[in-house]
Write a protein that binds this ligand. Structure first.
Ligand code: BDP
Length: 330
């Protein structure tokens, strides 16, 4: 009892001393940022630039660290933790986001965008605003939409040229029922799986392949175990740099403005870096032995996706307007 009393007294002493030393300055914020990618990746450079600008412009009131390579957990878990404010910010694919934010699923519909350029215009315009509103309703403040190019199929068996080539294949997909339906519509078997497990799963034939953009195919070394890359570009899924609404609400209006501007600047930087990395990644995988083929006729793939759209709209009739908004955006 006496011992505890001394400890308690010591603690009180330490606390009041700290309070005196820290005196008038506001408590500095120390943010944790989630990132799934390795340090040398366009997303990672964008996030580092964002954090550096926020720290500089707030005069150190907001500091933080970006945790790369998914060390803070898988993407679906990180989305939840950011919504709860356990993680302060992150850069997420809108693919797995669809499970939490219904609006996000619109950009996971195969072939919803006509091109990456159209995707950028849409995300910077009214469709992007509709999406940001959906994200905010689920506890995430969107600061900018990063580029993730287009996703294509790759596997260990052979080139894919038509949906029939996917038939019977085991394909890893991101965690979202829509992608399971997408593979099923071609007669394949989809396995939702964490990004970190894909390399080993292809290597040990748990799955035959997966699908992703060239930088992710290259940076994860998936090309070593799945050397057939077939340019199908069936998904163009933007990504979002987002701050937890819980964290956002602790900021002063001035700090919020700084964070917003830094988010926009980092988005421009990331999009610039993306194009160069895509080209470099293609060179790397080809030098590493990847056989690349381009799907000449995408129409059969688009045709095969009709039931995916129908099922999605039947289950989410309230999303019809936003699907139309994205499709009609020039
Ligand atoms: C990459 C995305 C990343 C996803 C990953 C995946 O940038 O957010 O986690 O694909 O397939 O292109 O899981």
């Amino acid at each position: 009892m006496a011992f505890r009393g001394i400890c308690a007294a010591g603690l009180v002493g330490a606390v009041s001393l700290a309070a005196l030393v820290a005196a008038p300055a506001a408590e500095a914020k120390d943010w944790r940022g989630w990132n799934i990618h390795v340090e040398d990746y366009p997303v990672s450079h964008g996030m580092e630039a964002f954090m550096a600008e926020v720290t500089e412009k707030t005069g150190g009131e907001i500091k933080g660290k970006v945790f790369h390579a998914g060390v803070l957990g898988s993407q679906p878990d990180a989305i939840e933790q950011t919504r709860l404010g356990i993680i302060d910010f992150g850069e997420f694919s809108l693919g797995p986001m669809g499970q939490a934010v219904p609006e996000a699923n619109v950009v996971s519909l195969p072939f919803i965008f006509k091109s990456v350029e159209q995707m950028h215009r849409a995300m910077d315009g009214a469709p992007g605003e509709a999406l940001s509103a959906g994200l905010e309703a689920k506890g995430l403040i969107a600061l900018g939409y990063y580029d993730a190019g287009a996703r294509s199929f790759y596997n260990s068996k052979g080139p894919i040229n038509s949906p029939a080539d996917v038939e019977g294949m085991k394909i890893r997909v991101m965690n979202n029922d829509l992608f399971v339906d997408m593979i099923a519509a071609m007669g394949g078997n989809a396995t939702p799986m964490a990004f970190a497990e894909v390399y080993q799963s292809i290597k040990t034939n748990v799955v035959d392949g997966a699908e992703n953009n060239p930088p992710s195919y290259e940076s994860t070394a998936h090309y070593e175990v799945a050397p057939f890359y077939s340019i199908s570009e069936h998904l163009i899924i933007p990504e979002v740099l987002a701050v937890s609404k819980k964290t956002w609400e602790t900021l002063t209006p001035e700090q919020q403005e700084i964070v917003k501007v830094a988010g926009k600047n980092s988005t421009m930087l990331q999009r610039e870096l993306w194009g160069a990395r895509e080209a470099k990644s293609m060179e790397t995988v080809i030098a590493g032995g990847t056989k690349v083929n381009t799907v000449e006729d995408k129409a059969p793939f688009q045709e095969a996706m009709k039931p995916v759209y129908e099922k999605y709209l039947a289950a989410n009739p309230d999303m019809a307007g936003i699907v139309e908004l994205f499709q009609s955006f020039e």
